[in-house]
Design a protein around this ligand. Structure first.
Ligand code: NAP
Length: 335
């Protein structure tokens, strides 16, 4: 294996997704060196850095951005802080990989595109699903015509959380089911259709106390088919995606938080519904967070295009904008 010059990363915050999943996975990457972590509190930063063996701990995000050794920053901050800290990273001369959703409104991406183009630094959205070989294989099978003609996608993503302190339950922080998890079936539907939906309809139910969308059902009209999903932050935990073609149906178990400690599958059904001919394709253990880190570093070092580009993020954000408009108008809204 050729020796690569690892990218030196800094992380802004002690967020749960970083501490539990993304940082440990990036530490497994041959491309990533997690060199520093910052928190708003120096002791919290030190404890977090010690627990993951990260050499430097900073008591403010600004201090980390002043570290000349840091080349790239991973941002797992609450959604309403993404744009502010992406801007600060670019001004400090760092590449940025920021958690989804990158923005709360599509028009905010225009400024980020200008910043990226002027600085020649990378800005990416951390949709880890795009880097999992299982989703890449689904796309490949569809483009080979294995499913027949792709006509419909159906998704479900839910969990139960009514903790008033959780960022998902704050409307000021960009909480709610669409921003937090509905964005995944949007991204996956766009990915498998290879297109942007033309229009959407949506039914959103809001939590009376938190004022966030807690139960959301969405219909998306694509040029060559239809997609629908339900997302909820107040339902029993569940995830599924079914993909329907004229010849076959694919089931994708645990489609979004695909675990890295057990193999994942595509279950392909054809023929009779009572005696289905189920074919299982199994994928080796891997972490989509490690692969995402690899992909971002390869984009920095080798110019390989990154799947979660700003152009991709803008198309996602336009769909989310249309979903919120459609829920208000009660009709179809153009994307
Ligand atoms: N890709 C995925 O699989 C995935 C999964 C979950 C979440 N996410 C995304 O990751 C981001 C973080 O989610 P999370 O659940 O991990 O967040 P979290 O545990 O609530 O952590 C957010 C962190 O942001 C910092 N922060 C700065 N200002 C804050 C403020 N005003 N209020 C609260 N926290 C503040 C805090 O760190 P310090 O106190 O250390 O400064 C806090 O620990 C979100 O954008 C979410 O959509 C992605």
């Amino acid at each position: 294996m050729t020796k690569v010059k690892k990218v030196k990363w800094g992380v802004l915050s002690t967020a749960e997704i970083g501490m539990k999943h993304v940082i440990p996975a990036m530490q497994q990457s041959q491309w990533c060196d997690i060199a520093a972590l910052a928190s708003r509190d120096q002791d919290a930063a030190q404890r977090a850095a010690d627990s993951l063996g990260i050499p430097a701990a900073y008591g403010s995000y600004e201090q980390l951005l002043e570290d000349p050794e840091i080349e790239a920053v991973y941002i797992p901050l609450p959604n309403h802080l993404h744009v502010k800290w992406i801007r600060a990273c670019i001004e400090a001369g760092k590449h940025v990989l920021c958690e989804k959703p990158l923005v709360l409104q599509a028009e905010e991406i225009n400024e980020l595109i200008d910043l990226r183009d002027a600085s020649r630094l990378l800005i990416g959205e951390a949709f880890m699903v795009l880097h999992h070989p299982r989703w890449n294989r689904v796309k490949e099978l569809i483009s080979q015509g294995d499913i027949g003609e792709l006509r419909a996608v159906s998704g479900f993503f839910s969990f139960f959380n009514r903790d008033s302190k959780n960022i998902r339950n704050s409307s000021d922080y960009g909480g709610g089911s669409i921003y937090d998890i509905g964005c995944y079936p949007v991204v996956i539907s766009r990915y498998v259709f290879g297109a942007q939906p033309l229009k959407v309809a949506a039914l959103l139910e809001y939590d009376p106390e938190f004022k966030i969308d807690r139960l959301s059902s969405v219909l998306m009209d694509f040029p060559t088919g239809q997609a629908m999903f339900t997302a909820s932050t107040q339902l029993t935990p569940y995830q599924s995606v079914q993909i329907f073609g004229t010849r076959k149906k694919y089931d994708i178990p645990l489609p979004f938080n695909t675990p890295d400690d057990r193999p994942s599958q595509i279950l392909s059904h054809a023929h009779d519904i009572l005696e289905p001919d189920v074919v299982e394709e199994t994928f080796d253990l891997c972490s989509h967070y490690t692969l995402q880190g690899d992909a971002f570093c390869r984009s920095i070092r080798e110019g390989v295009p990154f799947a979660g580009s700003l152009e991709h993020a803008k198309q996602n954000a336009k769909v989310l904008d249309a979903i919120f408009r459609a829920a208000k108008s009660g009709g179809w809204e153009k994307v």
